[in-house]
Structures are given as C-alpha cells and as structure tokens.
Design a protein around this ligand. Structure first.
Ligand SMILES: C[S@@+](CC[C@H](N)C(=O)[O-])C[C@H]1O[C@@H](n2cnc3c(N)ncnc32)[C@H](O)[C@@H]1O
Length: 307
C-alpha cells in the first residue's frame, strides 16, 4: 500500500534560507546561547521533559535554526549524499541498508530527514523514498534542494512527528534515520514501535544517534571535551529553557544498553552496532565532534535492525 502523504504548502514567506548567519551552531546539545528563540538567552539545564514538551520545543528549535544549520553543514552533508554522521561514513560505501544495487524500487522511509539529503541519494539509486520530518523549515530546505535536481529525482515529503507515523502498516521495505528524531524524543520505544509497524516483515531499520558515551563528556571539540564531566548513567535530559522555564530545545540520553533494550522492546532484531572511526581525510569540526575527539572516543552509534 502506498503511504499516505500529507499535502502541505512548504514554501515559506521568505522563499528560501536567510542570507545572514551570524551565529553558527551545531545541531545537538549546546553549551551556550541558543539563538533565535526570542530576545533572551536560554538557560541550559538538566531536567525531565515530557514527550509533548520535547516535541514542541524541538519543532520550534529546528524551524528557527534550519537556515543556519543548512548553511553551516549543507556542504558536508551534500545535496544528495547519504552521510550517517559527522565522521562522514557514507551509505554508498557502508551498505548498511543492504547492497546499493538492491535499493532500486524499494519503498524507504527516512525518519527525521531534515533537508532530505539521504532520501535524494536513495532516489538516485532508484528507490522510492518518503522523507518525514517534524520541522516545516527543514522540509522547505528539502524543497529548495529538490529544485536543483533533474525532474523525477524528487522525494515525497511529509511533516509529522516520528512518534505517530501517518502511514499504513507494512508500507515500507526499509527505513533509515541519520540523527533524525531519536536523539530528541522522550519515548524512543514509541518511535521504534511506529517504524516497526510501518515496515514489512523482514524490513530493515538503520538509525544513527550520538554515541551514548559522549554524554559523560563536555560537548566541546577541544581538549576540554576529553575529561569526564558527568555520569554516563544520568539519563536526565539536556534542556534549554526560556525565562518562564519553557523548554526551547531538548535532547534525551539513553545508555548503550538502553538503546539495545529499546530496539528489542519494539520487536526488532539487532543485526549490528556500528561505531564509525574518525577517518584521516575528515578535518572538520561539527559542534563537539572533531578529529581530536574522534580519534579517541566514538561519536556516533549506528543500529542496524530487522523487523
Ligand atoms: C540532525 S537533523 C538530521 C537530519 C539529517 N540527517 C541531517 O544530518 O541533517 C535532526 C532532524 O530530526 C528532526 N526531528 C526532531 N525531532 C523529531 C520528531 N519527533 N519527529 C520527526 N522529526 C524530528 C528535526 O526536525 C531535524 O530535521
């Protein structure tokens, strides 16, 4: 069955990304000043955050920061490249979704797709991707990038929360997520169970997240990011909040064992857990990810799951 596509006008009043990018930022937890949330400096703290609050806060954060994020990271991500994380592991070489030659004709769901760079690579291999994201502005960037591609190379876009996928059971052969949704949700099993539901039996779901060990270290790319600063076992979410205590950005921590249990609880079999090493060609810093830290500790964990 074809997935249900939510028709939306994704073109914005400005018609494209902002021209000015005064405060570059990373996509993940940040140690100072989340701009764009209003005329205040958000306070970074650790406290609980419900599924509803996390979803609302992160939708707002990604809508406000999508322009800057794409400006800063778009060149590394590539308009139609499938990169699993800041290390630069490329699906064209990794083949975590299976052999590249077998992708043609496959119905693929990308969860938390951002500007749908991965989905465009999948489409170029002959797959039939649907790119889903919570953020309207991220999907506007997907439309902007699609304009530059030949007709027919497009990707279907859906704006929705990964915790409630608007698709029928068994709609997809494969699903993937490169740092999309799972680092940000309060109830990861709900997302995993939703992906399980919309996959056909035997379908594969591959997703990457911040490697859990990173939570024990300050989120800094330099030497200050190499000393353990807090407990790896403290699951209290990282929250940036406004003056009234409303969350404007949330990330949820799971230990490696938690992630494995979540995958199993949703019904999946875990086939592999990939920890990409930092390659010598990659000299970039991306938030707290850097060659210095990447050569010493893992930055990304990729879970290869099968329904
Ligand atoms: C780091 S980006 C990943 C996208 C792309 N792979 C990339 O590297 O740019 C995270 C994306 O997850 C989306 N996201 C966060 N929470 C989500 C949720 N609950 N449901 C769907 N998407 C979500 C954000 O809007 C954002 O576009």
């Amino acid at each position: 069955m074809e997935p249900i596509i939510q028709e939306r006008d994704l073109t914005g009043p400005s018609g494209g990304p902002a021209e000015e990018h005064s405060q570059p930022s990373g996509p993940f937890r940040r140690t100072e000043g989340a701009e764009g949330a209003g005329p205040f400096e958000p306070e970074a703290t650790r406290r609980t955050s419900s599924a509803a609050e996390s979803s609302r806060a992160n939708r707002g954060w990604w809508d406000r920061n999508a322009d800057e994020y794409q400006h800063e990271h778009g060149a590394f991500l590539g308009d139609d490249r499938f990169v699993w994380g800041p290390e630069g592991l490329d699906e064209a070489e990794a083949g975590l979704l299976g052999p590249v030659a077998a992708l043609a004709g496959r119905r693929v769901l990308e969860v938390g797709a951002g500007a749908a760079q991965c989905s465009r690579w999948l489409a170029a291999q002959g797959a039939r991707p649907v790119a889903l994201d919570l953020s309207h502005r991220q999907l506007q960037h997907a439309l902007r990038l699609a304009d530059a591609l030949p007709p027919g190379a497009g990707v279907r876009l859906v704006q929705a929360d990964a915790g409630a996928l608007p698709f029928a059971a068994g709609s997809f052969d494969l699903a993937c997520s490169a740092y999309g949704a799972l680092p940000f949700v309060a109830e990861p099993v709900r997302v995993l169970a939703e992906v399980y539901r919309v996959l056909r039996p035997g379908g594969r779901f591959v997703f990457s997240v911040t490697h859990p060990i990173r939570w024990a270290f300050p989120d800094e790319p330099g030497p200050e990011g190499l000393s353990v600063g807090s407990s790896y076992f403290d699951r209290t979410p990282y929250v940036e909040q406004d003056e009234a205590g409303r969350a404007v950005y949330v990330e949820h921590h799971r230990t490696l064992g938690d992630r494995v249990r979540d995958v199993v609880a949703a019904g999946f079999r875990l086939l592999d857990l990939v920890e990409p090493e930092w390659p010598s060609w990659n000299g970039q810093e991306w938030g707290g990810w850097s060659p210095l830290r990447g050569n010493l500790i893992p930055g990304t964990a990729i879970f290869v799951c099968e329904r």
